[in-house]
Ligand binder design. Structure first.
Ligand code: CCH
Length: 290
């Protein structure tokens, strides 16, 4: 009988699950970073990889992982994301069959879930592309701008007002860094746990312009330890945005449900999947939520 040839390696659910678990374990082990987790910066990497999508031309999005290359890696909006890419290098080395594009998004899913957020269904299918696929600068939002800009940037990806507000709830996580964006400080008191606190604080705290040498940002009047960007505050001022801020501030379950749905869409923009929509996978969080 002819010797059976080993065909090309076709990764299955169990293989991606191993990668998920490796990211989750690395998050747990490297609690020395900043507020105690690489989760926020990993989520930002997945968002900036995806948020370059342009629905009209079908360019950008998470397929390609073109942020590996200059010029895209050097775009101002991507300052500091090398930290997240470097964090994932050992995992890429351990599982060389996964593409950077699928890995960055899987790491974003793991970051959300391991920071006690909702389950984000996932499917693979992204391929890495060369630097000729780098997107032009200016596709990601500018924090100093107003509602017109937000609607132009997110509208280009295909998102409406409700989805813009739900996505912005990610700012419950992480912080701004003066050496990255120029802004400074966290939005909430628990920047490594996903909650609807961003919306609650937006409405419940009094905010004033911070007096400092940096770019224009808000600080909370009572503790002066939290911050909001001009684009964050716009969500409470605009008639189309505000009702959603109020809804999510009152209802964490509604926020989690809508956040999961919109992040799933964000992470899939522009990806030519061969796996059907009803074949998405979910991975079990390593952390137990409270
Ligand atoms: Fe954001 N974000 N973001 N953001 N963001 C920053 C940090 C994080 C804007 C600006 C900034 C989303 C939408 C917007 C995260 C997730 C999301 C920073 C500080 C700026 C500035 C960067 C620094 O200095 O390190 C603007 C403007 C918008 C839209 O209007 C969306 C959407 C998401 C995800 C769904 C996360 C997480 C962070 C924290 C990163 C960290 O390193 O802690």
């Amino acid at each position: 009988a002819a010797k059976k040839e080993a065909g090309p390696f076709v990764p299955k659910y169990e293989d991606y699950e191993k990668v998920y678990n490796a990211v989750a374990k690395a998050l747990e082990e490297h609690d020395e970073y900043e507020d105690g987790s690489y989760g926020p910066v990993l989520l930002r990497l997945a968002w900036h990889a995806s948020g370059t999508y342009d629905a009209e031309t079908g360019t950008g999005g998470s397929n390609g992982a073109t942020m590996r290359f200059a010029p895209e890696g050097d775009h101002g909006a991507n300052a500091g994301l090398k930290t997240a890419r470097d964090f994932l290098e050992p995992i890429k080395a351990q599982f060389p069959w996964i593409t950077y594009s699928d890995l960055w998004i899987l790491a974003g899913v793991a970051a959300i879930q391991e920071m006690q957020g909702p389950i984000i269904p996932y499917r693979p299918g992204r391929s890495d592309r060369d630097m000729s696929f780098c997107t032009p600068d200016g596709r990601l939002p500018d924090a100093s701008k107003e509602q017109k800009h937000l609607r132009a940037i997110f509208g280009r990806m295909g998102f409406n007002d409700q989805e813009i507000v739900a996505l912005s709830g990610a700012h419950a996580l992480g912080r701004c860094h003066t050496d990255r964006s120029g802004y400074d400080g966290p939005w909430t008191f628990s920047p490594t746990v996903l909650t609807n606190d961003y919306f609650r604080l937006l409405l419940d705290e009094k905010w004033q312009w911070r007096k400092w040498n940096g770019p224009k940002q808000y600080e909370d009047v009572s503790t002066k330890t939290l911050m909001m960007l001009p684009t964050d505050m716009v969500l409470t001022k605009d008639k189309g945005f505000r009702p959603w801020v109020e809804k999510y501030a009152k209802d964490n379950d509604a926020f989690f449900k809508d956040f999961s749905a919109v992040v799933l869409r964000l992470f899939e923009l522009g990806v030519p999947f061969t796996v059907a929509e009803d074949q998405r996978w979910t991975f079990k969080p390593r952390v137990s939520s409270t």
